[in-house]
Design a binder for this molecule. Structure first.
Ligand code: ZN
Length: 433
């Protein structure tokens, strides 16, 4: 894979446009919202859509009934809609049961969710595995409700249907795989969920016309039940997975955050850390934590222990807008999206280029002067490139990869790659296949 100069600004705007298109759709872990989301992604990459029937046993779980929404509202005695799903799909408790009833305010209040600390925001609440009905609203709107009778109408359906997910495999020279996983089960929320979906789609788009060593598998799945389903049906393929990343929360203004794999010292952990170091920008690295996470909890469960990390900006749960109506199109910016994509592209570039080399003249230093590799110019950049050459030459012992050398020397991975290229051309080292 060649190192490319990419126009981050243009990419950022295109990713933002895709998020704008996906944002209004009411999604959940099953249902038509997931299908229409995948249809839109199909305009960018030719994903395969899988449908897995309700009731199917997947690992220790069962695919739930498919949930779809027609409409939902609460009307006051004057017939005015005081809560209206059509204004924001976050108003409806996700996976809410259907109901049509007239209730006193007190009874209604037992089924309302709000955020006193952020009185203007609507919270995002789900009840996937426990049958319940409810509405979410801003605390300001909650306080406007006066005593009286309210008409509660939720037209949702639970039917034997399917769990839907998307998959896209881009074959490389090798069958060894890098998996990029994102979750598409959140309704109108941007940073959490949709930024990961859109960046994964653009990363796939970027890769599909390029030559690469690894095969790349992209998974567009509902969180938890989706990764469990995929793992259940693909256990025979897991041996091919060398590296995995979960993409989410990639559009806010925070510094990059990497949550390590359960293994903690997997190659993906080292590569992501080096990309972050080399970027020169602030970043955070956090350890794997099975009590707090996304699909890494499934990929990194004891029985699989796959090398999956999560690369995000501000971690889910750590920004106040998380799981509220304030995680909207204003909260994310094209610039941050473009930068986030660039980090992902760099990670893949490092993975692709991290080879081991063998020094052909390991006894003593080879004569650099006669090969025109020794320059006496006293400029710092020349001194640096000279130093890089000595580092690569010395550690091309078949044991250290270019990533190891870049860690040990403190030079960036790209500088080390460039040193290896010069030495290869001079016939002093050769790649170990
Ligand atoms: Zn979430």
């Amino acid at each position: 894979m060649e190192d490319i100069k990419m126009d981050i600004d243009i990419y950022g705007l295109e990713i933002f446009k895709l998020i704008e298109e996906l944002y209004p759709i009411c999604r959940s872990i099953t249902g038509n919202g997931v299908r229409s989301t995948l249809e839109i992604i199909k305009k960018h990459i030719p994903i395969t859509v899988h449908e897995v029937a309700s009731g199917t046993q997947v690992l220790d779980w069962v695919i739930p009934e498919e949930w779809n929404v027609v409409d939902a509202f609460v009307k006051d005695e004057q017939g005015i809609k005081v809560i209206d799903f059509k204004k924001s799909n976050l108003h409806l408790l996700n996976y809410s049961s259907p109901i049509h009833k007239f209730l006193q305010l007190d009874e209604l209040k037992e089924h309302l969710y709000f955020l006193p600390d952020h009185p203007e925001w609507i919270p995002y609440v789900t009840s996937y595995y426990q049958k319940n009905w409810g509405f979410c609203l801003s605390y300001d709107d909650y306080n406007k409700l006066t005593d009286g009778i309210y008409e509660v109408f939720i037209d949702t359906s639970f039917k034997a249907g399917n769990l839907t997910y998307g998959e896209f495999l881009i074959k490389g020279q090798s069958e060894k795989e890098v998996v990029i996983s994102c979750y598409l089960c959140h309704p109108s929320l941007c940073n959490d969920s949709l930024t990961g979906v859109a960046i994964a789609a653009f990363l796939a788009k970027h890769l599909k016309s390029r030559k690469h060593y690894y095969s790349y598998r992209f998974l567009f799945i509902p969180e938890t039940i989706g990764s469990i389903t995929w793992l259940h049906f693909n256990e025979d393929k897991l041996g091919k997975i060398e590296h995995g990343l979960i993409a989410t929360c990639l559009g806010d203004n925070g510094a990059m955050t990497y949550k390590k794999s359960r293994q903690g010292n997997a190659k993906i952990d080292k590569v992501v850390e080096k990309v972050l170091i080399d970027s020169g920008n602030p970043y955070n690295i956090i350890e794997f934590d099975p009590s707090d996470g996304s699909d890494d909890r499934q990929y990194c469960s004891t029985g699989f222990n796959l090398p999956f990390g999560t690369l995000m900006r501000t971690k889910y749960g750590c920004f106040p807008e998380y799981h509220t109506s304030a995680d909207n199109l204003d909260f994310i910016k094209p610039d941050y999206l473009g930068q986030s994509l660039k980090y992902y592209i760099d990670i893949l570039y490092y993975l692709e280029k991290d080879d081991k080399y063998l020094n052909i003249y390991p006894k003593g230093e080879p004569n650099m002067g006669k090969r025109n590799l020794y320059r006496s110019v006293n400029k710092s950049e020349v001194k640096n490139s000279q130093a890089v050459i000595f580092w690569v030459l010395n550690f091309s012992d078949g044991q250290h990869s270019l990533l190891d050398i870049s860690y040990r020397s403190g030079f960036s991975f790209r500088e080390i790659c460039n040193g290896a290229k010069i030495l290869c051309e001079a016939g002093l080292i050769q790649k170990i296949e």
